[in-house]
Design a protein around this ligand. Structure first.
Ligand code: HEC
Length: 198
């Protein structure tokens, strides 16, 4: 990603930007939103100065104030969705019947988080009926391609977009399911997960 020589420059730049934000905060004229944004930037900037890695800054933003963390999570979630899931489930989450089921309004996507986490980690196959349409395809596993943080972010994005409204998924939840299901080497079937539908 970055070479050794640019890493130092990047660190210095990130520190500098952090200082600018800190100075901006001192003005006290910004509204609450601006102040929250500044907080996130300086929190993220401090660890980023150490490692100057993209991943570090997004992880560093997570422990920030709740609203700021949600914002950071949904940005990363939107990126992962656009890179990985959109091909099949589409930008509006409607899927493409009868090949790819919708995530919009999906009781599985918005239900107990353990189930969609398992699906993204290990994949899914087998017949399922959704809104009267029969799907019988295969979703490939993403356990080795996506980190716990990326899976948490993308599922949080899915659960809070397309008209969906369900709790965020945390990195710790994904790590827990990943550890507990490490022996799952084949995609789950819809019967395994009890989600075949009508
Ligand atoms: C290559 C196409 C493809 C990609 C990419 C893909 N999926 Fe899927 N997904 C499927 C198919 C096909 C099914 C249904 C499998 C079946 O019929 O058993 C499915 C099912 C699901 C379900 C269950 C839906 C329900 O109502 O039961 C969820 C949740 C899901 N996918 C989430 C995701 C997320 C999140 C991503 C991105 C990280 C993703 N999928 C990427 C093809 C894909």
């Amino acid at each position: 990603m970055t070479t050794q020589s640019t890493t130092t420059k990047t660190s210095a730049f990130v520190l500098f930007v952090g200082l600018l934000f800190a100075a901006g905060c001192g003005g006290g004229a910004e509204g609450a939103d601006q102040a929250a944004a500044d907080d996130t930037s300086s929190l993220a900037a401090a660890p980023a100065a150490d490692a100057a890695a993209d991943d570090t800054s997004s992880v560093a933003a997570a422990p920030a104030a709740d609203a700021a963390a949600d914002q950071a999570g949904s940005d990363e979630g939107e990126r992962v969705y656009g890179r990985v899931c959109v091909t099949c489930h589409q930008a509006d989450g409607a899927g493409i019947a009868p090949a790819f089921p919708p995530l919009a309004g999906s009781a599985v996507a918005t239900g107990d988080a353990e189930v969609p986490i398992k699906i993204v980690l290990s994949g899914l196959t087998g017949e399922m009926t959704r809104d009267g349409t029969i799907f019988n395809g295969m979703m490939t596993p993403w356990a080795s391609a996506l980190s716990d943080a990326e899976i948490a972010a993308v599922l949080t994005y899915v659960r809070s977009n397309f008209g969906n409204s369900a709790d965020a998924v945390t990195e710790a939840q994904v790590a827990g399911v990943r550890a507990a299901t490490s022996s799952q080497t084949a995609p789950y079937t819809t019967d395994d997960l009890g989600i075949a539908g009508e």
